[in-house]
Design a protein around this ligand. Structure first.
Ligand SMILES: [Mn+2]
Length: 357
């Protein structure tokens, strides 16, 4: 049985453009810490093989500290490590893959053609992106021999698409005859999948970098033998992103409604709370003052609507009624545009001489 740690899409040295320069620098530092946790996991599981299926780096521009951290972490892993460069960190003569002095246990696939490596207990296949795009299937032409050995491949590509990022058709996977195909590129982990007799998986990225990469993130711990593969997701991320909708309609007050919905352990959470439902306009600044210290990052969005009893006043034969009728129609035309709800609230408050509706 072969024990494998399968990771991908670390995107080290991402720009983190949505953050302050200090926070972005801190997040880059934390990405480097992911490498130490990866190495610790490989030691703890006594892995036979670590497979890193591309886009380990976000681009060819790598901070010296990051390249050193990567080299140090990989050299502390007591088993072979294989890297299959992806579209973001493709192999070229000037890439860090070619220019850095890598430890002996690290093998970097450097050719666009499939390379075959014989290892104790298994045969490993791998290849590299050598450009930012690749139109051919990375599995093209692969049909492994039936020799009783475990056949594993590690590469970067996109299952089920026809784009320029190494498109892989499901029938390519089945035709390969591989026991396990360790993939990278898709940031949402798939868990273990099967096509024909071949198991395959994307581990997803090991740590989210924005609200399009939500929830727990990590790597896979895989056990493979001929015809039998199991995979276990292992969380690796320090911070995680969540989007939390909170309906304020039935809440006694908005803060209690939010508190009821909050997950525990939020000091490492980067959270976007979206207030929905009907009620008085929530005081976002006040809520943020109370809640923000509990999170690593917090944004509150107001998507609430004016309550029905206020809309009922559009029947009134006065300026307020006319205004509300006009806003009612706008809100019906564009129900997802929060500006009309806001306009209704502010307009009503102005007409009533009040505060904010
Ligand atoms: Mn990619």
């Amino acid at each position: 049985m072969i024990k494998i740690i399968h990771g991908a899409d670390f995107h080290l040295d991402s720009p983190f453009s949505g953050l302050t320069p200090e926070r972005a620098s801190q997040r880059r530092e934390e990405q480097r810490e992911l490498l130490d946790r990866l190495a610790a996991l490989a030691r703890e599981k006594e892995a036979n093989l670590v497979l890193l299926a591309g886009d380990l780096l976000d681009s060819e521009h790598v901070y010296r500290e990051t390249a050193q951290a990567l080299r140090d972490a990989l050299s502390s892993i007591p088993c072979p490590v294989f890297i299959a460069p992806g579209n973001h960190d493709f192999y070229s003569r000037r890439s860090v893959w070619a220019t850095l002095d890598w430890p002996d246990n690290v093998h970097i696939f450097s050719s666009a053609a499939l390379e075959r490596v014989e290892l104790p207990g298994c045969t490993l296949w791998g290849r590299a992106f050598t450009d930012a795009h690749q139109t051919a299937s990375p599995l093209e032409g692969l049909a492994v021999p039936e020799d009783g050995r475990v056949h594993i491949a590690c590469l970067h590509g996109c299952v089920g698409s026809e784009d320029n990022y190494g498109p892989i058709a499901p029938q390519d996977i089945a035709a390969s005859g591989l026991d396990y195909l360790a993939l990278g590129h898709v940031h949402q982990g798939t868990g273990l999948q099967k096509e024909g007799n071949t198991f395959w998986a994307y581990p997803g990225c090991p740590e989210g970098r924005g609200f399009d990469e939500l929830g727990e993130k990590g790597v896979l711990y895989v056990e493979a033998e001929p015809g039998k593969v199991t995979a276990q997701f292992v969380p690796l991320a320090k911070r995680r992103y969540e989007i939390l909708p909170v309906d304020i309609t039935l809440g006694v007050d908005v803060l209690s409604a939010i508190r009821t919905a909050l997950p525990e352990n939020r000091e490492n959470l980067i959270c976007r709370i979206i207030l929905t439902g009907e009620g008085e306009k929530p005081d976002l600044a006040a809520l943020e003052r109370v809640l923000a210290p509990e999170f690593y990052g917090l944004t509150l969005l107001d998507r609430t609507r004016l309550p029905q009893n206020l809309w009922a006043r559009r029947e009134e034969d006065a300026l307020t009624g006319l205004f509300l009728q006009a806003m009612w129609e706008k809100c019906r035309e564009e129900p997802d545009n929060p500006l009309w709800q806001l306009a209704a609230r502010y307009g009503l408050a102005a007409l009533e001489g009040g505060d904010e509706g």
